[in-house]
Design a protein around this ligand. Sequence first.
Ligand code: NAD
Length: 509
Amino acid sequence: MLGPVGVALVDGAVGLAEHFLNLIGEEWAPARSGETFEDRNPARWSELVGAFPQSGPEDVDAAVKTARAAYRGWRATPPPRRGEILLRAGLFLEQRKEELARTMTREMGKVVEEARGDVQEAIDMAFFAAGLGRRPFGEAIPSELPDKFCFTWREPVGVVGVITPWNFPVAVPSWKLFPALMAGNAIVFKPAEDSPLCGQRLVEVLLEAGLPPGVLNLVQGTGEQAGAAMVAHPDVNCISFTGSTEVGRQIATQCGRSLKRVGLELGGKNAIVVMDDADLELAVDGAVWAAFGTTGQRCTAASRMIVQRGVAADFVDALKQRAEGLRVGDGLQEGVQVGPIVNERQLRRVHGYTAVAREERATVLTGGEVLAEGPLGEGWFYSPTIFTDVRPEMRVAREEIFGPSTSVLVADSLEQALEYANSTVYGLSLSIYTNDVRRAFTAMRELEAGIVYVNAPTIGAEIQLPFGGVKQTGNGHREAGSTAMDEFTEWKSIYVDYSGRLQRAQIDT
Ligand code: NAD
């Protein structure tokens, strides 16, 4: 049987809460310790979404052993057959899109229209990954010697530990799970503790699509317990992690000790550059969407606006007006444009940055307030916030805030704007608004980022292009696009000599 089993009352909850389980092989099971954690609606904190297993090293170990046992059979399954399962998963996701989107909004707060987009990204990824099953897995390459045949192929790495954040709770896991499965790996998946139900639903869809038992195992829990146990487990061959740079650094350090393969997609401090020749209305539209869409809780959110002096006043006026007109509320309600912050800790952090801005003598032009009046007081809401008089060395211009707060910096030239744009430790997504082709191409070349947009905001990646960042946004991997399977495969080079004699490369040529 799939899905939650049993219903029990959880302390402090309003009404009855469902208890959800881990999936180890074919068995849905609680954590060995019997402990659970609560998943609550950030728009209405009294509403309990469910209780989930608080897993520890024993649960992770059972999941890894199960994945290892299933790996051989899955690896031997022809890639086109694997692809058919992913195709079916994409079709099931299409059927369940609305239900999944509403679950997502309830669980982590993003407005339902954006939640539909999150599920759509997973659908796109499923179809894309399914197609990879009938694409080449290697190349034939000429030998320097006669009667010798050389080729390469991709092999799965083995058991992959997938650890994901809450802000794209269906899309981000799909970028990892689908290509990793396509490549023939077995998986232990730990969703974020703020979005465990979306993680479970995604797993259910894959099982319904025909994934054999044990190939994908679900272990719920915190990063410190379940996540860390996966990273430490000697039989996990690869960790695929998306999350904060701070946690990514810890994981990389630990994986480095055992030389475990690790793919990291980390934080960002993305910027939109607006030149004085830009279409200002278009730039403001992009700025509002990139700064306040998803409540600023996107790794690609624009938390800096770098505006050329000549248009700075007009841009700031328009941005302020638009920010103040945004409707904040429960993302399931019609007309709401900005949902809640994911949890109280994150709300405090975002508000803390407003205090930092004031201490640094930036101006809080608008916002900067915890919204607690009326129904908003039941959740974790923050007003769309703009800081002006910001200089590049200030913390609000350098550190990831991950909320609806953006800083405006004024630059005197293209060179200075690009220098400001590049002046953080991150390098995920940067954008420029200009109608001057020379400025556009200079920016494309000079911006230090994995993703660059021209006359479009910093958010809006499509799955058929590689996704990832430079500098401390990652460790050189790219997800999706032509690189989708790189993180999850090893190359094998094969030489077949059919000459019947010893041929020495570099010598007998
Ligand atoms: P986070 O780093 O706190 O947690 C991410 C995941 O790691 C969660 O599942 C968590 O349980 C787990 N985790 C935490 N500590 C761990 C540990 N010691 N060992 C193993 N696992 C551990 O991040 P978050 O708050 O969930 O997500 C927000 C962050 O994610 C932001 O920094 C954002 O920029 C980043 N992000 C990056 C991308 C990208 O593609 N570059 C995409 C989305 C989000």
